[in-house]
Design a protein around this ligand. Structure first.
Ligand code: HAM
Length: 427
């Protein structure tokens, strides 16, 4: 019986894994250079970690289940809530700000389509202990530099949910109603916003102003927002955003201000940002990164702690990662123990010794199928190996090996040390 993969999941073959490892190494290198440290949290958590504050969109897409002990668990749909839970449980005494990064798989029960999966990978970073404009700018800059290290060009949009939330709070809306409106704004459903707010009795003028606010984009958006009646002249979010944009400029980063960014998760309180690859290469699912400021620690039993972070969708990045083929070429060596009629333990012993030495430096294969010399050579050709090292009875006696360059066909007998040296010089 042929068993298919579960819907929305994928298998990653060696070439894809190699590409992902290369990408991961580049992003890890940047995060480390910015002073962030890697952490890892469990793949599943108590479901309430996410139900407390993650937002409607994620909750309806969560893989949740009862374990044999009757606990209500969920496969993580994202990593920010787990990271803050970990911080509250394990790291709250650490010097602030705590700066961490992570790679991990996430699970969302969504309708699978191009670049949207039920199991996908995120790479993210969080600054825990600050959501100052400096922290917010650093997080945006870190995301920008990670993308740059991959050679990917994409558009960065920065906004501030504090602005929208302040307006909705001033209109005396309840938290759940506010989240509902934020969710509709995130989905770009302006008419549904008007209908919903009208339905709960919000004044028409305020609704119109809100729609004008979330439609503001570009250089003049701040001034235009200031001119709106619903924005108080001493609006804190606006002041914070102004300072943030100034600091982002110091990082020399190109961005577009977009006051309509609402994000699909309910926990954001301040700056929010999203990065899109909008040149058609990713189709409809073209958001490669999302992030912002939030306060989750108090909700999970810790002190109120401002935090800022982001997460990239690695699967989407992998689709557009411009691959340097040089990065992928690994020179491989095949050690060929030459058997006569039967296996010769002395030859195998020597071949293993040589393979172990070579493995200090290069990916090295050795026959495990007791194949003939010609069968071992055709395997070496089939896997595109660069060198073959022959070990036969004669070689063992002389303490030598025969090295063949599989690209040129040239071969020569030499000592093991020289063989290692020769390959090293040619790799
Ligand atoms: P998010 O926007 O829900 O934010 O997800 C981050 C990124 O994960 C998205 O921009 C997208 O590239 C990728 N992604 C999301 N869903 C899928 C999917 N079904 N298939 C493939 N890729 C997907 C968060 O998760 C927040 N925790 C980000 C954050 C960190 N905010 C603060 N700190």
């Amino acid at each position: 019986m042929r068993i298919e993969r579960a819907r929305g999941t994928r298998d990653f073959l060696p070439a894809e894994m190699l590409k992902r490892r290369i990408m991961e190494a580049k992003m890890r290198d940047i995060a480390e250079k910015w002073g962030y440290e890697e952490i890892r949290t469990p793949t599943f958590e108590l479901a309430e970690l996410f139900t407390l504050k993650s937002g409607e969109e994620i909750l309806k897409n969560m893989y949740e289940f009862k374990d044999k002990g009757g606990r209500h668990l969920a496969l993580r749909p994202e990593l920010t809530a787990p990271v803050i839970r970990m911080y509250v449980n394990e790291l709250k005494m650490a010097p602030k700000p705590v700066k961490v990064y992570y790679f991990g798989n996430c699970f969302r029960y969504e309708e699978p389509q191009r670049a949207r999966y039920r199991e996908f990978w995120q790479f993210g970073a969080e600054i825990i202990g600050s959501d100052s404009p400096e922290a917010q700018a650093e997080i945006i800059a870190l995301a920008f530099y990670c993308l740059k290290s991959l050679g990917i060009k994409a558009e960065l949009y920065v906004g501030h949910v504090g602005l929208i939330r302040e307006v909705l709070q001033a209109a005396n809306m309840e938290e759940a109603e506010i989240n509902k409106v934020m969710n509709l704004i995130d989905k770009g459903e302006r008419e549904a916003v008007v209908e919903f707010m009208g339905g709960i009795g919000t004044e028409r003028e305020l609704i119109d102003d809100l729609i004008s606010l979330v439609d503001l984009k570009g250089k003049d958006a701040l001034n235009e927002a200031r001119a709106l009646k619903i924005i108080a002249s001493n609006n804190d979010a606006l002041k914070e955003l102004e300072m943030l944009l100034k600091i982002i400029d110091y990082y020399d980063i190109v961005y577009t201000l977009n006051l309509g960014i609402a994000r699909g998760l309910d926990y954001y309180t301040g700056m929010v940002f999203e990065i899109y690859k909008a040149d058609g290469k990713l189709g409809a699912q073209n958001q490669v990164c999302g992030g912002g400021s939030y306060r989750l620690a108090a909700l999970f039993g810790g002190a109120d702690t401002p935090s800022t972070g982001f997460a990239f969708g690695i699967d989407r990045l992998a689709e557009i990662f411009p691959l340097e083929t040089d990065d992928l070429k690994r020179k491989e060596v095949v050690v060929v123990p030459i058997k006569e009629k039967n296996r010769n333990p002395d030859v195998i012993k020597e071949a293993i010794k040589i393979a172990s030495e070579l493995r200090e430096f290069f990916p090295t294969h050795m026959d495990v199928m007791s194949r003939s010399l010609s069968a071992q050579l055709s395997y070496a050709n089939a896997i595109n190996a660069s060198f073959a090292v022959f070990v036969g009875k004669k070689e063992v006696k002389e303490g030598k090996v025969t090295l063949r360059n599989l690209d040129t066909g040239v071969q020569e007998k030499m000592s093991v040390e020289e063989c290692v040296e020769r390959i090293r010089n040619q790799v």
